[in-house]
Design a protein around this ligand. Structure first.
Ligand code: CUA
Length: 311
């Protein structure tokens, strides 16, 4: 203060705080809506499903809140470089500063308010998007409010995904097809090690644990294809453990499911009956049966790498 007073003897020191605040408010008022409107629709993971759209909205809200924070840092940095630059040959220290109650109280209040508000926002978002596309374990607490839910069992195995459709006789296939507009319940499990079912454009991510039925929900909103990846390191070919799924019209889905049910009927008969989890020791013997029948893989790609009888 004494130095400021000394300066103001000659010329009035400008009100830096007010200048910075004005600059910050004006730029934030321009950049926040600009970001939300221009970048928002392109934020990952898109809006192909209810859960993806929910995640995209969350990212947009977080990024829009982060925009004034980033602006604050950059504006202060630029302002300090421009106006508080030391003169050449000035090697003196600045005045010593000891605390500032107003800044400390403001800082703690604002950051606490942001964190608590985001915690409330996150909880509401989990709830309204029925778990936000994440695995909720065997007893999900957030479910879609619908009696017309399509069940799809997702089975991870080294190193492929297969899918069973219990409402269509329990056939098993390597193709994941979903109807648009109908809530889907994924029952994610594994035959061997921990895999991670990650349908990127659907915004669905759930660990596939052996002996566990991990439930995740989403409702596809748009037709098109999406990628399914494994997101838990699960062995040598983890990186190759991906495929593509499709969201199609309701009539195209029903046609596909009914046809596949008929086509695979002979294989479905010898599969283990539909269950929430499977015993991995069934699988080696099943591979043998399929090979003997000459339909190894047709029923959904059971393949035992250690089995010498496999072609
Ligand atoms: Cu399966 Cu990584």
């Amino acid at each position: 203060m004494s130095e400021g007073a000394a300066v103001s003897d000659g010329q009035r020191e400008p009100r830096h705080g007010l200048r910075l605040l004005t600059l910050w408010i004006v730029l934030s008022a321009i950049c926040c809506p600009l970001f939300y409107i221009l970048a928002g629709p392109h934020m990952p993971p898109g809006d192909m499903s209810s859960s993806a759209a929910g995640q995209q909205f969350d990212f947009n809200v977080l990024a829009t809140i982060a925009t004034p924070v980033v602006l604050g840092v950059l504006i202060y940095f630029g302002y300090a470089l421009t106006f508080w630059r030391a003169k050449d040959d000035d090697e003196t220290d600045g005045p010593a500063i000891h605390g500032n109650t107003r800044i400390q109280v403001t800082w703690i209040s604002v950051t606490s308010a942001i964190v608590l508000a985001l915690a409330a926002f996150g909880t509401v978002e989990l709830w309204t998007v029925q778990g936000a596309g994440a695995g909720e374990g065997p007893q999900p607490i957030w479910k879609p409010d619908s009696s017309n839910i399509l069940q799809v069992q997702v089975i991870g195995q080294q190193w492929a995904w297969t899918y069973r459709y219990p409402q269509f006789g329990g056939f098993e296939t390597t193709q994941l097809e979903l109807p648009v507009g109908r809530p889907v319940q994924f029952n994610v499990t594994s035959l061997d090690v921990i895999h991670g079912f990650w349908a990127y454009q659907l915004g669905v991510k759930a660990d596939a644990n052996p002996g566990v039925n991990n439930v995740a929900y989403t409702t596809p909103k748009h037709t098109g294809s999406f990628v399914v990846r494994c997101d838990e390191l699960c062995g040598l070919w983890h990186g190759a453990m991906f495929d593509y799924g499709k969201v199609v019209s309701v009539s195209a889905f029903n046609t596909w499911a009914q046809q596949t049910q008929v086509q695979l009927a002979s294989v479905t008969k010898i599969l283990p009956p539909y269950a929430m989890t499977y015993d991995p020791t069934d699988i080696a013997s099943l591979g043998k049966v399929l090979t003997q029948l000459g339909i190894g893989g047709a029923g959904g790609g059971y393949y035992s790498p250690n089995d010498p009888e496999q072609p």
